[in-house]
Design a protein around this ligand. Structure first.
Ligand code: FES
Length: 88
């Protein structure tokens, strides 16, 4: 997992999931906590602060206390560059 910055402001988390990239918002949907401090558990991301797990395909929370999904952003690799589709 690696945190990236969009325009130096917004954080997104880039996850290499078994060789396939996923990109989600970089901060937990529960409280302000950077998700690169969390850990991967199978196909899910666990926030290290209160241990909510998130589905990395849908962003949906799988355990409380988080009850809001993470934003998930389309990602592709072109000519060795990671391209993230981030809304304006
Ligand atoms: S801050 Fe992530 S679960 Fe609470």
């Amino acid at each position: 997992m690696k945190m990236a910055w969009v325009d130096g402001v917004d954080q997104v988390l880039v996850v290499n999931l078994h060789g396939s990239l996923r990109v989600v918002q970089g901060v937990c949907s529960h409280e302000y906590f950077e998700l690169d401090k969390g850990f991967l558990t199978g196909d899910t991301l666990t926030c290290a602060l209160h241990l909510s797990r998130f589905d990395l395909e849908s962003g949906e929370p799988l355990d409380p206390p988080a009850d809001e999904p993470l934003e998930v952003y389309p990602v592709s690799v072109e000519d060795g560059q990671v391209i993230i589709e981030y809304p304006d």
